[in-house]
Every structure is written in C-alpha cells, then in structure tokens.
Design a protein around this ligand. Structure first.
Ligand SMILES: [Zn+2]
Length: 634
C-alpha cells in the first residue's frame, strides 16, 4: 500500500453553535469516515479513519491502527475555537454542524468528512433512494392475477431462507442495535456488513465477515475440505456440516431447510393450477419438485422452455457469490417479474437485424466474418418484487440465467432486462450525476430511452465482433488472458454504441436523437467509475473515457467542471475505438491489450476532480425498494 507518513500536526477548530458551546471542553465523541488512495498496484483502496475525542485528548486511527494521540487545548472560545495539537500544519480538523460532523482538511491531500455514529448511519441510509416497485398489470387476466398474488406468498420465504444463510442471528443482533437508522441499514444489507463497502461491518463488536458464511463449519480448513472425498461436496445445493464424530458431511438444502422449502413447494403447486400459461405452470411444478428432491436441472430446463408467459418468477437457490471460500454454495433469492411486451417485441426486431449490423461494423472484413452469436431470449421486464440475495445491498438491473452449463449447452440462457429498475437508477443516480458533469446545453440530452438502449445494446454487442483469432483460430478469451474481461466489456459498450448509431442511421430508432445516446453514454461513464476503476466494468469505462477524450469527442470547461459532446468527433471516436478493440481481439494481440489497459484504464487528475465533485454532491449510491402486492392493487 502506498502510504505517506505525515509529520503529525493538527489545528482543531470548533465551529459549534452557541447553544452547544458550553459543552466543548468536555465533549466525548467518535467520528467515522474514509477516503480513497491509490496503492502500489495502481488500485484504488478505501482507508477507514476514526477520530476519537475524549476529554482533552484526540486520537486519529486509520484502518484500526493508532496514528496519533495528543492532548489539545482550547485557544479561544468565540465563533470558532482553535485547538493546538502540534507545531506543524499538515492538516486541520474542523468540527461543524453542532459537532455531528468533523472535517479533516488537507489529510493525505483530501478533505475528509467524518461523522458521529448516528449521523453516519443517517447518511448511509440516505445513500439508498427509496423506490416503489409497481407495474401495469391491467392486461393480465383474473387467472394470472390470482397466480401473481400467490407468487407474493412464495417469494418472502426465500427472504427468510436468505436471512438464515447470511445472518442466522438476525433477531438477537437487531435487539442490540439502538440507533433507528442503523437498524434500517441492517435490514437493507441483510445483516451487519455493508455491501457497497466490501462487506465491512458497521455495527461495533461484530467480527469481519467470514468467507465461509454459514455454508461450511467455522473450524473447517481448506486443506480438510480438499482432502475430503465426497461426491456432493461441491454441489451448489448442499450445506457442509460435521456429524457427531466430527467428520464433514454434506446435507442437501431440501433436508437442511426442509420446513420452509416444503412450504414453498406446496405453494408452487397451488400457483401452478391458477395461471393461463402452460409452460409457466410446468416450470412452477418442476420448481416445486426441485425444492423437494434437491435436483434443479429439470426446473432450469423448464424455465428455458417457457413461451409467451406474461409473468416470470425466479425462485430458489441461485447465485454463489456469497460463498467467499469456493464459490460453490448458492444463496436463496426471488424476483417476481411482468413482461414488457412492447419492448420485448422491439428488441426481437432489432436482434433480427444483427447479421446486418455485424456486416457494418467499422473494421476490415476479416474481423467481422463470424456470424453473430444467437442471443436466445433477450427479454424486457418490470420487476415487482425482490427477495433475498438480489435484494441485499446493490440491486441488479439484469438477470442472466440459468448458471448450469449443461442447461446452457442444451438450451442457451435467458437475459432478462429489468426496465423499471434501470429507470429508477437512471432517475435517482444517473440524472443527478449528469447535473454535476454535463454542460447545461446538453442536459436535455440525458434521456432514459437512450440510457436503456445503451444498456441493452451492450448486452447484444457481446455477441457481435470476433470470438476466435484470425491467424490461428484460438479463442480470444484464452489468448488475451487477464486483459480479456476488461477489453470485452469495453467492446460491448462501444460496439453497443455503434449498433445504436447504425439503427439510428437506418431509421430504426426515430424517437429521439443520436446525440441523446452519446451524452447519456458519457454521463454513464461517471456512474460506472464512481466507486473506483478496479472492476472489469470500471476499467472498460476508463479506457472509453480516455480514448474519447484523446480524440476530442468531448470538450471540458475548466471553470464549470462540465463536459460537452462534440457530435461529429464523438461519432468518429466511437467507430475508432470499436476498430481498435476488435482488431486487438482478432489479432490476439496480448501485448497490445496490455498497453491499452496500462495507458488508458487509469483515472487521470481531471477525472479524479470530477469524481470528487460527484462524491460531495450527496447522490444516492443505490436503491432500496418499497414493495408488495398491494402496490399492484392485488
Ligand atoms: Zn457486459
């Protein structure tokens, strides 16, 4: 970790309100905050800061190690009070707003705001904008409405099961929390670990999150697991425990969670008798069987076979991200979804044009000779209920399932785009970000349809371009190794924008201007790199920003700190970057890919300034749902 040791000194200034002034000399408080810094591997890391003020001493603690402990004296007691801690002046500490907030000015070249615990929790809850989950269900028949209503009884069971998996002590822990906002934040995160900050605990005294979660015995070692010979140990749907002799055993979810899964299975069977759509009923029946016999292959296949269903229902143990140890064990979740018929049809129409779009990619013929991959079942939905894993912390805007490779080989996979969730994130996050960084003259070009198209054609674009190198027909993903995912994400973004450009030129998109897509795309970059550029998506966005910047695709007003898209240059740059990435992929040019990442997947000072400005604007980081069947009028 890159770390600058400061010769420590601080002047503390108290700018407290008059009424509180008499308390200044005997205040006791702990303040919490954090800041980002680039480490030696060029990665942004977040360091935690804590300032403890007790009687006449002040302590500064960074990442749990004490950096400074000093006594301080009050110098004067007018509007502000200076407290001399040391002789030098490397940074200053200010107290503001009735001592709830403290400003560390100039610390590690940052101005860091720290808060008392209640204030911190209040702010953290406010980082999640509250969104009501609704959809138009007028086109549904009474039968389908009855079915939908039944699904609202099943999904909460997945919520309970998820709590059991990630925080079995929910009730007793909740009882120990007195701060109302901390309670609320606990519910948002399904436990005491903050999702948007790498699962750091936010309740004092809580140990760091175990990567074993509840999936494995806490005293099990990796070596013990690896030596253990059991056919089911890596099964996605079993939990590992010890028997009376202390030996490892693998227990099927159907047994371990028998009560709740039996109940859910019974309700699924009931739901299957209610609806209009045969293939959907069949899926529900198969899912009920899965809950009873712990075999999910048939229900995954049945989910792939669904046709013309108006309602969709993802239910059961699904993703395995919470198994931090091996990534085998799945967590319970549920989505209730209503199909957006207009958009699904529109998308079908666009997907049919893909061969033509591939032909027109801005690259030499050899690099677009492959047939576009078939995007089976790319659908658009409104989500009306999230439960369990998908509802914890950050909310997903798209579903790509099933995960079973055997099912993928036989039937492919389905990609469900959740339009109302995208709209909620667009309204609550992207629009306010655009206010900070997009020139006023182009703010009107920030447009949801354009945003939605950009996101959708990103998905579609993964299937375009080139998957095997031209010379020796090796898989691009194998040849480009560690550079592949970032480059592929950048490809999807920029080829997606090429698709939009082509659709616009050929009058398939007529509702708004192409400039909307470009301006919205630029604002989207800030949204993606807001939390650092370490993920593949983050790196991809940095590559795009730096490339477009270099080509003059936008201009920057130093005074306002805002950007303006230069339409013609943007258009050129959009095909230029597509060309660069597609040829790098087609040539299997690993060194070239490495250079692109090294030179372009970085946050330069100007962008860092923009990001700091965004960080200070108090824009929500994610969304949290108000949901239930009553919101649909059921
Ligand atoms: Zn992607």
């Amino acid at each position: 970790m890159k770390y600058i040791v400061l010769s420590f000194t601080a002047i503390v200034m108290l700018m407290a309100s008059c009424s509180k002034k008499e308390n200044l000399s005997n205040m006791n408080n702990t303040y919490y905050g954090s800041y980002f810094i680039m480490n030696n591997e060029n990665k942004m890391v977040e360091n935690d800061l804590k300032v403890i003020i007790q009687n006449d001493s002040i302590q500064l603690i960074e990442n749990d190690s004490l950096l400074i402990k000093k006594s301080y004296k009050i110098k004067n007691e007018k509007d502000s009070i200076e407290l001399q801690i040391n002789d030098n002046n490397d940074f200053k500490i200010y107290f503001i707003e009735n001592q709830n907030t403290l400003l560390l000015k100039g610390y590690q070249q940052n101005d860091i705001i720290l808060y008392t615990y209640p204030e911190l929790m209040k702010n953290k809850v406010a980082e999640y904008a509250v969104v009501k989950l609704t959809a138009n269900i007028q086109h549904l028949s009474d039968k389908d409405k009855a079915l939908l209503s039944k699904l609202f009884e099943i999904a909460p069971i997945m919520d309970e099961l998820y709590w059991e998996q990630v925080c079995p002590k929910k009730d007793s822990l909740l009882q120990t929390i007195t701060d109302e906002n901390a309670k609320r934040f606990f519910i948002i995160n399904y436990g005491p670990y903050e999702h948007l900050r790498n699962n750091k605990p936010f309740i004092s005294g809580v140990p760091p999150l175990s990567e074993k979660m509840t999936f494995y015995p806490s005293d099990m070692t990796v070596e013990e697991f690896e030596k253990w010979n059991h056919p089911d140990k890596t099964n996605w749907y079993t939990i590992i425990r010890r028997n009376e002799k202390g030996e490892l055993i693998s227990i099927p979810y159907s047994e371990f969670y028998n009560d709740k899964l039996s109940k859910a299975a019974q309700l699924l069977d009931e739901a299957a008798t209610l609806g209009e759509n045969k293939s959907f009923s069949n899926y529900l029946i198969e899912k009920a069987k899965s809950f009873r016999n712990n075999q999910y292959f048939n229900s995954d296949m049945a989910w792939m076979d669904m046709k013309d269903n108006m309602i969709d229902f993802v239910v059961g143990p699904t993703e395995s991200y919470n198994d931090g140890l091996f990534g085998y064990k799945t967590s319970f979740e549920s989505f209730i979804l209503i199909k957006d018929i207009d958009w699904s049809k529109k998308l079908e129409r666009f997907v049919a044009l893909l061969p033509k779009i591939q032909e027109n990619l801005p690259v030499d013929a050899a690099y677009k000779a492959e047939k576009p991959a078939k995007n089976n079942d790319l659908g658009v939905y409104e989500a009306v209920y999230y439960a369990g894993d998908c509802n914890a912390g950050s909310k997903t805007i798209a579903i790509n399932l099933p995960n079973d490779k055997k099912v993928n080989e036989l039937k492919g996979s389905r990609k469900l785009q959740l339009k109302n969730i995208m709209k909620a994130k667009f309204d609550n996050i992207l629009k306010p970000i655009a206010q900070e960084v997009i020139d006023e003259s182009q703010l009107a070009n920030i447009n949801f349809d354009a945003f939605f198209e950009n996101v959708m054609f990103h998905e579609v674009a993964h299937g375009l371009g080139i998957s095997k190198t031209i010379k020796d027909h090796k898989l691009v993903t194998d040849v480009l190794k560690d550079t592949h995912t970032s480059l592929e994400e950048a490809k999807a973004d920029i080829v997606g924008l090429n698709i939009v450009t082509w659709l616009y030129d050929n009058k398939h998109i007529t509702e708004h201007s192409l400039l909307d897509n470009y301006v919205t795309f630029l604002a989207g970059i800030f949204r993606s790199v807001r939390f650092g550029a370490s993920s593949a998506h983050g790196k991809a966005n940095m590559i795009e920003f730096n490339y477009l910047n270099e080509k003059g695709a936008f201009t920057y007003n130093e005074k306002t700190g805002k950007y303006t898209i230069q339409f013609d240059k943007m258009r050129e740059a959009v095909s230029g970057l597509a060309n660069l990435i597609l040829t790098t992929q087609g040539n299997g040019d690993y060194d070239g890919a490495k250079d692109i990442l090294k030179n372009m997947a970085v946050i330069k000072p100007q962008l860092q300034q923009n990001l700091t400005k965004i960080a200070k604007a108090g824009i929500p980081r994610d969304i949290v749902f108000e949901q239930g069947k009553n919101l649909l009028g059921l």
